[in-house]
Design a protein around this ligand. Structure first.
Ligand SMILES: NC(=O)c1ccc[n+]([C@@H]2O[C@H](COP(=O)([O-])OP(=O)(O)OC[C@H]3O[C@@H](n4cnc5c(N)ncnc54)[C@H](O)[C@@H]3O)[C@@H](O)[C@H]2O)c1
Length: 342
C-alpha cells in the first residue's frame, strides 16, 4: 500500500483517480479547496462517489456541508483536507503530518475562456499553487509526481498530430501558458532537486462527472432539454476526446512508471483520433434519440481549432491504449447526466 497525495481530488478527473487508487488498495490524501469554478455540491458528490458512500447527504450550507464531508472522509485509507494550495504553510503542514510517497497534482483553475477574463487568478492557483506543491515535496523529500498539463499548450498547430517532441508550442490563452510554465518548473525541480515526474498532456476528457463548463456536458443537457446550442465557428473544428476511464488508466500507469524510473517526461494522453464538432453533435443526437437545435455563433478567442494526440510515447512508456469508443463514452455520460448511472 502506497500513500498518494491527490490535489484536486474532488474534481472530475481527481475523484475518478482517487476511486481507482482506493480500489487498488492504496491510501489517498485529497487536497482540494472546493473552488467556486462550479457548484461545490457537485464536488461533494464526487468525493462521496470516490469513497463509495451510498447514504443520504443533507446539503444545508457550504461550511456545514464541507465539515460533514471532512468527517465522513477521514478513514485510515482516505483523508480529505479542505485546503487552498496557494497557502504554503497549510500545504507544508499536511506534508509534515502525512507520510506521502508520491503526488498526483491535478488541482487547478481549468478552462480557457475564463482565464482570459481573470489571468491573475490562473497565475496564482496554477503557477504559485504548483510551485508550493513542488516546494513542499522538496522540503519533505517526496521525489515522485504527476502533473496535469493540457493539450492546450500546443496552441494552434498546423500539424495533423501533436507530438511531445514539438519544441515550438505557442499557448494562445493564459490558462495554456500557466500549464506550459508548470511543465518547465517541473523540469527545473527535476534538474535541481531530483524530483522525478511526468507532465501529462490531457486531451479533452469526457464521461460521467465531467465539468459543467465543457462542451459535451452542455450539449447533452441542451439536446435533452430540446434547447438551442450555440455552435462556435463553422462546425469544422475537431478535438481528440478522451474517455475518463482511459485518462485514469493513463494516470495510474504514469505514477507507477515514475516510481520505477528517475525521469522527467512529457506525455500525451489522448486517443489519436480527432472528432469533428459535427460528428460530436451527431453522436449525441444518436445516443439521446433527439435532434439538436443549432445556433451559429462566432469563433471564441483562446480556443484552439484542432487537437489530435500522437500517443506513441504513452503507448511505449506506459503501455497506454485507449479502449472506450466515442459513442459508448457518450452513452455513459448521457446516462449519468440523466441520473440513471452513478
Ligand atoms: N478535463 C479536461 O478535459 C482537462 C484537459 C486538460 C487538462 N486538464 C487538467 O486536469 C486537471 C483536472 O481537471 P478537471 O477537469 O478534473 O477539473 P475540476 O475543476 O473538476 O478539478 C480541479 C479541482 O481542483 C480544485 N482546486 C481549484 N483550485 C484549487 C486551489 N487553489 N486549492 C486546492 N484545490 C483547488 C477544484 O476545487 C477542483 O475540485 C486540471 O489541472 C486541468 O487543468 C483537464
Amino acid at each position: 500500500m502506497k500513500t498518494y497525495c491527490v490535489t484536486g481530488g474532488a474534481g472530475f478527473i481527481g475523484s475518478n483517480v482517487c476511486k481507482s487508487l482506493l480500489a487498488k488498495g492504496h491510501r489517498v490524501i485529497n487536497m482540494d479547496n472546493f473552488s467556486g469554478f462550479y457548484d461545490y455540491k457537485a464536488k461533494i458528490s464526487n468525493v462521496l462517489y470516490s469513497i463509495d458512500f451510498t447514504g443520504r447527504f443533507p446539503f444545508v450550507s457550504k461550511g456545514g456541508d464541507l465539515e460533514l464531508l471532512s468527517s465522513l472522509s477521514k478513514s485510515e485509507r482516505y483523508h480529505l483536507y479542505v485546503v487552498d494550495i496557494r497557502n504554503l504553510s497549510a500545504v507544508n503542514a499536511i506534508f509534515q503530518s502525512e507520510k506521502i510517497d508520491a503526488v498526483i497534482h491535478l488541482a487547478a483553475m481549468p478552462g480557457v475562456r475564463p482565464s482570459i477574463e481573470n489571468p491573475l487568478l490562473y497565475e496564482g492557483v496554477n503557477i504559485k499553487g504548483t510551485l508550493n506543491i513542488l516546494e513542499a515535496m522538496r522540503k519533505f523529500n517526496v521525489r515522485k509526481w504527476i502533473f496535469a498539463s493540457s493539450s492546450s499548450v500546443y496552441g494552434n498547430q498546423q500539424h495533423s498530430t501533436f507530438s511531445e517532441s514539438e519544441l515550438n508550442s505557442r499557448p494562445i490563452s493564459p490558462y495554456a501558458a500557466t500549464k506550459k510554465a508548470c511543465e518547465d518548473m517541473g523540469y527545473s525541480y527535476y534538474n535541481l532537486h531530483g524530483i522525478h515526474g511526468m507532465m501529462m498532456r490531457f486531451f479533452t476528457v469526457y464521461g460521467p462527472r465531467q465539468r459543467p463548463d465543457l462542451a459535451i456536458r452542455k450539449f447533452i443537457k441542451q439536446v435533452d432539454l430540446e434547447l438551442e446550442i450555440p455552435v462556435y465557428g463553422d462546425g469544422q473544428t475537431a478535438r481528440d476526446y478522451t474517455y475518463i476511464d482511459d485518462t485514469v488508466t493513463g494516470v495510474i500507469s504514469a505514477i507507477e512508471y515514475v516510481e520505477g524510473h528517475e525521469v522527467y517526461e512529457i506525455v500525451n494522453i489522448g486517443t489519436g483520433t480527432a472528432t469533428s464538432l459535427q460528428t460530436m453533435i451527431r453522436t449525441i443526437e444518436a445516443e439521446t434519440g433527439k435532434i439538436a437545435k443549432l445556433q451559429q455563433a462566432p469563433p471564441q478567442a483562446g480556443d484552439v481549432d484542432f487537437t489530435k494526440a500522437n500517443i506513441e510515447k504513452a503507448s511505449l512508456l506506459l503501455n497506454y491504449s485507449p479502449r472506450v469508443r466515442f459513442s459508448d463514452g457518450i452513452s455513459n455520460q448521457i446516462l449519468w447526466q440523466r441520473g440513471v448511472a452513478p
